[in-house]
Design a protein around this ligand. Structure first.
Ligand SMILES: [Zn+2]
Length: 391
């Protein structure tokens, strides 16, 4: 089912991986995609975003049904200049001096191969939107700068999760970030330290006391950076730290934030310092049940290509969070990339093939029914699916 051209797929991936595309500098990938899609008669819209563009391609279809969205990001982390992909032993790796960029070019190559195969086989399908975001690796900036109201799709599938094809990320956390700015009082450290109020000392106590690390199965907190002070002979009048709290539970997120703020207030009072708390919601979380249409459609497609769906909850965010917030029910799907964000990044050709076949299966209207008339929602199928997952 869903045959693809493996040699062409690997070539496309190697071509894409060889194009340098750090965040906000995706022009090479945009040009490549515009050409490749144009050659298949698919036109692309460039949506300006910061110094770059998000790219949206719409593929019309003969089958009448609501559009589905397939999404991937075009940027990679660094080092990504002069990537030289090496195809060896059923795997693709970099030469060890750069990342490979399977995150997320494996997905882009899979989409192009799926479209090419569908055209060659004259497979009937419904409308599909392909969204290629820029600047995902820097706080989901690209998709945050995209006006999702232009999308017609009612279900979204973001191909941007690591591990073997078959995993569906059905839940991901809310993510709050904070900057704590502690204002103390400077004084000569040797002559009259008692006239000072050390911002560093107060911040130290705050950092040692607030919730940190793994808080529970779905909640984490982390202090990421600290700065402050001027010299050893000055009682520090300013100290700053940046931290984050994540949870898949909005209630727990709020509870951890409240505990942190209580610590801040208590310590600030005791040390006679002022603390300004700058807060921002980086993205919202989401959580789906196995029977929800977007999950059911992903499961059917994965089963259709002969794999076993595995439903996962993630501790990280992706473009999926932003699409969900914009009202398009979306899940993230694994595309086979491994050891991402390292120079040891790799992908098995088998997984790359499966990612392309999965894109085809989702596009096939027999499999991805956006209206949610799902075989998987019957109790019998639910039980069967549960058992599969247990194995
Ligand atoms: Zn990614």
């Amino acid at each position: 089912m869903y045959p693809i051209n493996s040699d062409r797929l690997v070539r496309t991936f190697v071509d894409l991986a060889s194009i340098s595309s750090p965040s906000w500098k995706e022009e090479g990938v945009i040009a490549y995609l515009t050409d490749a899609l144009g050659a298949m008669g698919v036109s692309c819209e460039r949506h300006p975003c910061g110094d770059s563009f998000n790219l949206l391609a719409s593929v019309s279809g003969a089958v009448k049904r609501p559009s589905i969205l397939l999404s991937a990001h075009m940027d990679t982390v660094v080092p990504c200049d002069n990537v030289r992909p090496v195809v060896r032993g059923g795997k693709i790796v970099s030469d060890g001096t750069t990342i490979l960029g399977a995150d997320d070019k494996a997905a882009i190559a899979a989409f192009l191969e799926a479209l090419a195969s569908i055209r060659e086989r004259d497979m009937k399908h419904g409308p599909v939107e392909l969204l290629f975001s820029c600047a995902e690796e820097v706080g989901l900036s690209g998709i945050k700068g995209f006006d999702a109201r232009v999308l017609r799709s009612r279900l979204g599938f973001v191909f941007d999760s690591s591990g073997p094809v078959g995993a569906i990320v059905v839940a991901a956390p809310y993510h709050l970030s904070f900057r704590l700015v502690v204002k103390g009082r400077a004084a000569h450290a040797g002559i009259e330290p008692e006239k000072g109020a050390s911002a560093i000392r107060a911040l130290g106590e705050i950092m040692a006391t607030i919730p940190h690390g793994r808080i529970d199965a779905e909640t984490t907190a982390n202090i990421g950076t600290i700065a402050g002070g001027r010299a050893t002979n000055i009682v520090a009048d300013e100290a700053i730290c940046a931290l984050e709290i994540r949870s898949r539970s909005k209630t727990k997120l709020a509870a951890v934030e409240a505990r942190m703020r209580a610590v801040v207030d208590t310590v600030a009072h005791r040390h006679g310092v002022k603390v300004r708390v700058h807060r921002s919601l980086e993205y919202s979380g989401f959580s789906y049940r196995p029977s929800d249409p977007v999950v059911a459609a992903a499961r059917r497609a994965i089963e259709r290509i002969g794999l076993v769906p595995a439903l996962e909850a993630s501790g990280g965010g992706s473009d999926t969070n932003v699409l969900n917030r914009a009202g398009i029910p979306s899940v993230a799907l694994s595309v086979g990339m491994q050891k991402v964000h390292t120079t040891g990044e790799c992908i098995r050709i088998r997984d790359l093939e499966n990612a392309a076949r999965l894109a085809m299966a989702l596009i096939d209207p027999e499999q991805a029914d956006p209206a949610g008339r799902s075989r998987a929602t019957t109790p019998r199928n639910r039980a069967a699916s549960r058992n599969r997952r247990r194995r």
